[in-house]
Write a protein that binds this ligand. Structure first.
Ligand SMILES: Cc1ncc(COP(=O)(O)O)c(C=O)c1O
Length: 391
């Protein structure tokens, strides 16, 4: 007679409830809020900086590619996932950014994981600004390198960490525009420090591409570093290009190395043709309308100035991102919800997404914001501000 199988224990995941309670009492519960296809609210939370996600050319190119190539890419880039669209996007991205080559990944997150891990290893030291994006942090964790995360926007700390490293190779990793406060890294100074210490520079230009530099060529281009043999740029196709996916742009031998060794490229299904076509079409739109990038900056400046004039602790934007300080995680969440109730969708950043522990509303400007959009947003954000948010 066989013994009946042991019933699965109910309590194996009990610890999740304990953790959930801890998050609830710290005001750290996250909520999924599906957005309607056509929202009446004013979107100051998304990353569609140039308004291209719904552009008819972009959405149309995406739909046509899905019909021609299929809904999915069918496999890894190295098996059946590469199409001529992928190659075309890579050539155009490289040319636009002034780099030798580019490689498209399935997301910006995957591009960062792949670039950081493939360009480092146990013989490397990685030095990062401590406010880099989570995807870069995960890349550092997987890298097996010696990792030093130094004070935010402090080139002298990067210099010191490079000078005192114990590994022969070195990689400095930074965001161009930091995702929380929207401030710009001192890229030219960092490049100089890297050069005097034999280090390569990896810049995540997720928030700079399409917004900064000539015609939106990005922060690396604006700093005069595009095409440099020691600088590698990572991009997302999901913000200014209004599509989906990621890319690494840089020297040809770096791109070849990534094709052979980046695990998030090799062991990942290729970006869907519909997304590749959308990104390609958005890139064409950006080339045709180079003024779009400047418009985002202008709108971000106006929005931040008006928020400050209303007494709010708003950051001075270097690109599209503006942060407004809140007194606590709970008040930040309630503030964002109150804005949504009045038709203004804003983001809300709180620990652990903010490394300094300061909770914030996070606003993003877009090229298509009107003066009356800005006025309405400032009125609602001010009227719903919690005690302590206005100076
Ligand atoms: C700075 C930065 N890097 C990388 C990413 C990841 O890009 P993706 O959303 O394409 O995975 C994001 C976006 O969410 C980001 O803000």
């Amino acid at each position: 007679m066989t013994t009946p199988p042991t019933p699965p224990p109910d309590e194996v995941f009990d610890w999740l409830d304990v953790e959930a309670e801890k998050r609830a009492s710290a005001g750290l519960v996250r909520q999924l809020r599906p957005r309607p296809a056509r929202a009446d609210e004013l979107d100051l939370a998304g990353n569609d900086y140039l308004g291209l996600a719904r552009d008819k050319r972009v959405a149309g190119a995406s739909a046509a590619a899905a019909l021609r190539w299929g809904a999915g890419s069918t496999g890894s880039r190295l098996v059946t996932g590469s199409t001529e669209l992928h190659t075309e996007l890579e050539l155009e991205l490289a040319r636009f950014c002034g780099a030798q080559a580019a490689l498209v990944f399935s997301s910006g997150f995957a591009a960062n994981l792949g670039a950081v891990t493939a360009l480092s290893g146990s013989e490397s030291a990685i030095v990062t600004d401590k406010y880099i994006h989570a995807s870069l942090i995960e890349g550092c964790r997987l890298s097996r390198a010696d990792v030093a995360a130094v004070a935010h926007s402090t080139p002298s700390a990067i210099k010191h960490a490079l000078a005192t490293r114990r590994k022969p190779r070195a990689l400095v990793v930074t965001d161009s525009v930091f995702s929380v406060d929207g401030d710009l890294a001192p890229l030219d100074e960092l490049a100089g420090i890297c050069r005097s210490h034999g280090a390569a520079l990896l810049v995540d230009d997720a928030h700079g591409f399409g917004v900064l530099g000539e015609g939106g060529r990005g922060a690396v281009h604006a700093a005069g570093l595009s095409g440099a043999p020691d600088v590698v740029t990572t991009l997302t196709l999901s913000k200014s290009l209004g599509a989906q996916g990621g890319a690494v742009v840089g020297p040809r031998r770096v791109i070849k190395h990534l094709i052979d060794t980046a695990r998030s490229f090799i062991f990942d299904t290729a970006l869907a043709p519909a997304s590749v076509a959308a990104a390609l079409s958005a890139l064409h739109a950006l080339k045709e309308e180079p003024g779009l990038a400047g418009k985002v900056l202008e709108n971000a400046g106006n929005l931040a100035m008006s928020l400050k004039a209303a007494g709010l602790k708003a950051s001075v934007p270097d690109a599209a991102v503006i942060s407004v300080q809140a007194p606590s995680a709970e008040t930040a969440v309630a503030w964002a919800a109150a804005c949504a109730e009045q038709g203004i969708r804003v983001g809300c950043f709180r620990p652990p997404s903010v490394p300094d522990g300061i909770s914030r509303l996070r606003l993003t400007a877009r090229a298509d914001l009107t003066e009356s959009d800005v006025d309405r947003a400032v009125k609602v954000i001010t009227a719903t501000a919690p005690r302590g948010a206005i100076a």
